[in-house]
Design a protein around this ligand. Structure first.
Ligand code: SME
Length: 160
């Protein structure tokens, strides 16, 4: 939607070009994973004003809620369940333009209409966590989000 693509007159791409170096500096300046994740999701969330931005971390073969910004959320997600569990299982980024059309979507908030989930993957191809971003508008996310957010996920994966 327009408000997501153009905040204070900047295009989505311009917002990312401003955000990514700052967020990378925050991540690379901190060796504690949770501290880095906390600032990373705050930086993303407040740049765009999306509904929910946060991490689920793989622990004992399930996804457990990590640092996030936004309303309270489901604390645990099983492999293959919902968008997050599917992105984990498939070890790939999932862009969902309409969550109601995604079989098995987990509705932590009834306001969520679209989302993107990116896996954090180590050098051996193992998924360590996922970054989940939810929007209250349909079709908010695309390959631009996938490309820029992947840079932050790669930097965070090195902290595990
Ligand atoms: N949307 C996710 C669930 C997590 S919350 O929305 C924060 C999913 O279907 O995986």
């Amino acid at each position: 939607m327009a408000e997501n693509l153009s905040i204070q007159g900047n295009s989505k791409e311009e917002l990312y070009q401003n955000l990514i170096p700052q967020a990378l500096a925050l991540i690379e300046g901190e060796r504690d994973l949770i501290a880095a994740m906390a600032n990373a999701c705050a930086a993303i969330h407040h740049t765009f004003g999306w509904l929910w931005t946060g991490f689920y971390i793989v622990k004992n073969n399930e996804l457990v809620l990590g640092p996030f910004q936004g309303p309270i959320a489901c604390t645990r997600i099983q492999k293959g369940r919902g968008v997050c569990g599917s992105a984990w299982q498939q070890a790939t980024t999932l862009v969902v333009p309409d969550v109601d059309a995604f079989a098995g979507h987990i509705a932590c908030s009834s306001l969520a209409r679209s989302e993107i989930v990116l896996p954090l993957i180590n050098s051996e191809g193992v998924v360590l966590a996922v970054l989940d971003v939810d929007s209250a508008e349909l079709a908010t996310f695309d390959e631009i989000d996938a490309r820029y957010l992947a840079q932050l996920c790669q930097a965070l994966a090195r902290l595990f």
